[in-house]
Write a protein that binds this ligand. Structure first.
Ligand code: IFM
Length: 442
């Protein structure tokens, strides 16, 4: 596929990152630990015992990184604020130096005509709040609203695009049900409470932003990866149906249709108080879609809900990290979401991960033909979806930089810009050059 798909002039092209994955500066200027700092200290939980302590050192190299974005011609940049950097105890006294970092980032982006898209929560809950019960307590919604108010008052004069959370279902499932991510809990009641309280926090955050940021355009970022049963055995089909509710429906249905999907609704009832669904389902301006691949679900009794990850069909094309490669699924997802939730969609993440080193060659070129082909195919699929009625308005590649890939440490690279983690040198890969050309011509 070499022909370039055509998008309207105002289609928004950007890149996404998140605080814990790129900033480093874990103890700089008064930042306190998040649940991910704590998780990384647990033995054997992150590949090679790595952590986000230094990551891409973006906290100290931010001006250089904004120059890089400008050189690529990005029109928008989605980043997240580190809650424990601006509110080390999670609530109470703010950290002026931490707040100042995002002031400087936002000002530089605006100087370069790059629209800042601010996401309040990309998984790094302050450890101090986790120590008080974190998302398993209803107070979490109020803590989040206060944090949103701090950011809204500080940045709302310059930032108009706000997202409450990134991938609600992924961080609650991995952190509170599978136990494979921070805070490493695997308990049904804790998971259900976390789902409901995060939904309440989202609703409270939306109200806060709406009240404090004139002209705010507010959304939430969902991971939607259509669920397919590994086999047609009834136990796999039923397990995949419950997995689907958890991964793809528990948050967007609650927030946009004001109800939980059927199976979850029953289980979560003890934690839902009268009026809660109205508190959660606040009007939104856009739907943030993070999409990578369909997921194959199967019965797995070793996990608390009895569902787990199955294998894609033998022979199915996969990426270098074994994720299914299915641009048609991306196209169909965009069309289905437009019909289901009736909001403009921004693709807030999509990209290609590999475990290959992808180091610069003697001429300083980083060849990443597989990522480039993936982006071409997925962007072409997005054009097709748009032609078939999907209301998609923008695309943010994941990710600007190679970064800390959670449990995978630094071994998995998603960046269109290569990072040498020894020297912190940045080198745009071939995919970045291609993306820059696309933006210029788009
Ligand atoms: O790196 C993550 C990101 O933090 C959330 N979405 C998926 C990406 C790739 O795994």
């Amino acid at each position: 596929m070499s022909e370039r798909p055509v998008f309207p002039k105002d289609f928004l092209w950007g890149a996404s990152t998140s605080a814990y994955q790129i900033e480093g500066g874990a103890e700089a200027d008064g930042r306190a630990p998040s649940i991910w700092d704590s998780f990384c200290k647990l033995k054997g939980r992150v590949d090679n015992g790595e952590s986000g302590d230094v990551a891409c050192d973006h906290y100290h190299r931010m001006p250089e990184d904004v120059e890089l974005m400008a050189a690529l011609g990005l029109r928008a940049y989605r980043f997240s604020v580190s809650w424990p950097r601006v509110l080390p105890r999670g609530r109470g006294a703010p950290n002026e130096k931490g707040l100042d970092f995002y002031d400087r980032l936002i000002d530089r982006l605006l100087e370069k005509n790059i629209e800042p898209w601010l996401c309040l929560y990309h998984w790094d809950l302050p450890q101090a709040l986790q120590d008080m019960g974190g998302w398993t307590v209803r107070d979490g919604a109020g803590w989040f609203a206060d944090y949103a108010a701090l950011c809204a008052r500080r940045y709302g004069d310059r930032v108009k695009r706000w997202a409450t959370f990134n991938e609600f279902s992924v961080f609650t499932l991995f952190g509170w049900a599978f136990g494979w991510g921070a805070p490493s809990i695997a308990d049904r009641a804790s998971h259900l409470k976390a789902i409901h309280h995060v939904n309440l926090a989202h609703g409270a955050g939306v109200d806060t932003l709406r009240a404090l940021v004139p002209g705010a355009s507010i959304g939430a970022v969902h991971s939607v990866q259509p669920m397919r049963p590994e086999t047609d055995r009834p136990e796999d089909v039923e397990a995949a149906a419950l997995f689907d509710e958890h991964w793809n429906r528990a948050f967007p249905d609650a927030q946009l249709l004001a109800h939980y999907p059927r199976r979850i609704a029953e289980a979560i009832e003890p934690y839902v108080q009268p009026g809660d669904m109205a508190r959660i389902a606040r009007p939104l301006d856009w739907f943030g879609l993070n999409h990578y691949a369909p997921v194959y679900g199967r019965r797995d009794d070793s996990l608390i809900w009895g569902f787990g990850f199955g294998s894609p069909p033998a022979g199915m094309k996969r990426t270098a990290i074994d994720w299914p490669y299915d641009p048609g699924c991306f196209r169909d997802t965009l069309i289905d979401l437009t019909r289901r939730y009736r909001l403009p969609i921004y693709v807030t993440e999509n990209g290609y991960g590999t475990k290959a080193a992808e180091a610069p060659d003697a001429e300083g070129r980083v060849a990443d033909p597989e990522r480039l082909a993936y982006l071409q195919a997925y962007i072409a699929a997005m054009a097709e979806a748009k032609a078939r009625g999907a209301d998609v308005r923008g695309y943010f590649v994941w990710s600007l930089l190679d970064n800390f890939e959670w449990g995978g440490g630094y071994g998995t690279r998603f960046g269109i810009v290569h990072v040498d983690f020894k020297t912190q040198a940045r080198t745009p890969k071939d995919s970045a050059r291609w993306y820059a050309d696309l933006i210029r011509g788009g």
